[in-house]
Design a protein around this ligand. Sequence first.
Ligand code: NAD
Ligand code: UDP
Length: 314
Amino acid sequence: MTVVLVTGGAGFLGSHLCDRLIARGDDVICVDNFFTGSRKNVGHLLGHPRFELIRHDIVQPLYVEAERIFNLACPASPQAYQFNPIKTIKTSTVGMVNMMGLARRCGARILHASTSEVYGDPEIHPQHEDYWGHVNPVGPRSCYDEGKRIAESLMMNYHQTHGTEIRIIRIFNTYGPRMAPDDGRVVSNFILQALQGHDLTVYGDGTQTRSFCYVDDLIEGMLRLMDQDQQQGPINVGNPVENTMLELAEAVLGAVGGSRSRIVHHPLPQDDPRKRCPDISRAKQYLNWEPQVPLVEGLRRTVEWYRQLLQNAT
Ligand code: NAD
Ligand code: UDP
C-alpha cells in the first residue's frame, strides 16, 4: 500500500484523482483549504478506512509522511485565481517550497499540476514542451501563469540540487463533472446557461480556440506520469482536438438539446490567449497515452451531472 498525499484533493481534478487512488488500493491523505474545492466532492470517500481529509492551506508548512505527492492545490479558473492574486502567487511559490521540502524530507516523488498557461498567448502552434512561452509578466493572468512557471523552476532546481524525483504535468483545459458551477470557466458557464435557458456568453468574437480534455482521460495521463520512472521534464497532457468557443457553444447546445438559449457576445478579457492546443507526442512516447473520450461524449456526461445538480437544488 502506497501512502499518497493529494493537495487540492477536494477540487475538481483532485477529487477524481482521489477516487482513482482509492480504487487502486492506495492510502490517500487529501489536503484542501476549500477555497474553490468542496467537502461534497469527496463526501462519498469520508469514512473510508484508506481516506483522510485534512483542512489545511499549503502556504503553511505541512508535516505528514507520504511516499507520493500530487500537488494540485491552486485555484484554476481565471475568476478564482484573480480574486486574490497575491494569495494565488503565494500558493504557487511559498506553498510549492513547502511541498518540495516535504517531498525532500520524506524522499517522496512529487508531481505538480502545471498548466498550458505557462505558454501564455503562444506564438508557436501547437505547443510543444520545448517552447518557452509568451506570458505577460504584469497582466491580470500573471499571478497564475508566473506562479506556475516559478513552481516548475523550483522543481527542476530541487531535482538538480537534491535529486528529488519530480513529475511536471502541463494540463490543458480539462472539463467534467464536479467543476464548480460558479467558477466562470467556459464549459461550466455554457452548460449551466444552456440548461437554464439563459444566453450563452461567448467572450470576444468566439474565434479563439481551446482544446478540451475529459477528466477521466486527464487523470489517466496524470497517474501514468507519476508511475513512469524516466521523464523528469514537463509533459503536456490534454486533448489535441482544437475548437473555437463558437464551436464549443454549438456543441453544448447540441448536448443539452432543445435549449431556448441564444449565443451572445461579451467583451474579451485582457490577455485572453488566442489559441491553445497541445502537442502530445511526448505523452504518447513516454506514457503511451492519448485521450479516449471525444468532446461530444464528454459533454454528454458532464451535462448529465449538471442536470442532476440543478434537479437536486430545487
Ligand atoms: P479547482 O479549483 O477545482 O481545485 C483546486 C483545489 O485546490 C481546490 O479544492 C482548492 O480549494 C484548493 N486550494 C487552492 N489553494 C489552496 C491552498 N493554498 N492550500 C490548500 N488547498 C488549496 O481546480 P482544478 O481544475 O481541479 O485544478 C487542479 C489543479 O490543476 C490546479 O493546480 C490547476 O492550476 C491545475 N490545472 C487545471 C486545469 C483544468 O483545466 N482543470 C488546467 C491546467 C492546470
Ligand atoms: N469564455 C467564453 N465565455 C465564458 C467563459 C469563457 O467565451 O462564459 C472564453 C474565454 O474568454 C476563453 C475560453 O472561453 O477564451 C476559455 O476560458 P476559461 O476561463 O474556461 O479557461 P482559460 O482561458 O484559462 O483557458
